[in-house]
Design a protein around this ligand. Structure first.
Ligand SMILES: O=c1ccn([C@@H]2O[C@H](COP(=O)(O)O)[C@@H](O)[C@H]2O)c(=O)[nH]1
Length: 281
């Protein structure tokens, strides 16, 4: 399913994946509590078993898999080596890999992050990564540029799903817009004129109040975490994203992984099915 990133833009590759498999993105978060629930210990070997089981169950089923880098990095180089294998296997099995790594820095360092995660020759090359705009949206320019050259994407944190995000992200900017809205609008600028979708997505939680953000000009994908363990439901997606719903990638990690090695594929399939019914009643 994954098209050649050097021939097709990320928006095009994502649209093709979603058309074939639906928009659900499943997170691969080898959280210690999940490792224990699966009867595994907190070692790189167990993390590999956990994550590869998730890849085998899901990489042929969903359009996007989202490994959470932190849960691999905490094991040092052994954990990062597992992450590299997980990413390659997921891509070989046909899924796009969105690495949740939330990088953000001054432009010169941002270039190095982009080379690490968005260059085809890197061992941790993802199809897209999450990035943080809190050093200024402009500081992300190297990542946005390198992603585009390599047929890859970035998802910029706009309005995160956690309750602590609201204070900062809802605060009003000089223009009269919230910081979150100004990030959505900056991403819209980066995506202007791109078809079928630009390569700059935003992250906006399924947990945020309905109608808080206007996505009408975005022309890019919206990663929506918060389903399941953080309390949001599929019904919330409709209320929060309204007409932007066709461009939303709802994502959940624990709500699928908690079903264990033998139940996670069925859990993901059920959510996919319910999502499809909601999108096409
Ligand atoms: O706003 C955000 C951005 C990222 N996340 C990440 O998504 C998953 C959510 O896991 P669940 O088990 O489905 O709650 C996790 O890796 C977060 O770091 C987010 O939750 N909110």
């Amino acid at each position: 399913m994954v098209q050649d990133p050097l021939r097709a833009g990320f928006g095009e590759r994502l649209a093709a994946g979603v058309a074939e498999r639906g928009p659900l993105c499943v997170g691969i978060d080898p959280h210690p509590s999940l490792l224990h629930a699966w009867g595994l210990d907190e070692t790189p070997g167990s993390v590999e078993r956990f994550a590869m089981t998730a890849v085998e169950a899901l990489a042929g089923e969903v359009a996007v898999l989202k490994p959470q880098s932190a849960f691999f990095e905490c094991y040092g180089s052994a954990g990062v080596a597992v992450l590299e294998r997980v990413m390659r296997e997921a891509q070989s099995a046909g899924a796009l890999v969105l690495l949740d790594v939330k990088r953000g820095d001054i432009g010169s360092t941002m270039t190095a992050y982009a080379m690490a995660y968005l260059d085809e020759h890197s061992p941790v090359s993802a199809d897209a990564i999450t990035v943080s705009p809190y050093l200024g949206y402009g500081s992300l320019a190297p990542a946005i540029g390198i992603a585009e050259q390599n047929g890859r994407g970035v998802f910029v944190l706009a309005r995160t799903s956690n309750p602590e995000g609201a204070g900062l992200q809802q605060s009003v900017h000089g223009s009269g817009d919230s910081i979150a809205q100004s990030i959505v609008d900056s991403a819209a600028e980066s995506n202007r004129g791109k078809a079928p979708l630009g390569h700059v997505g935003v992250v906006a939680g399924a947990t945020i109040p309905p109608g808080e953000l206007d996505f009408s000009s975005l022309n890019g994908p919206i990663l929506a975490p918060g389903l399941g363990a953080q309390g949001a439901t599929l019904k919330d997606l409709k209320a929060v994203f309204g007409r932007a719903l066709p461009n939303v990638l709802p994502t959940t990690s624990r709500d699928v992984l908690r079903h264990g090695p033998n139940g996670l594929r069925e859990a993901a399939t059920r959510i996919k099915h319910d999502l499809a019914l909601m999108l096409n009643p």
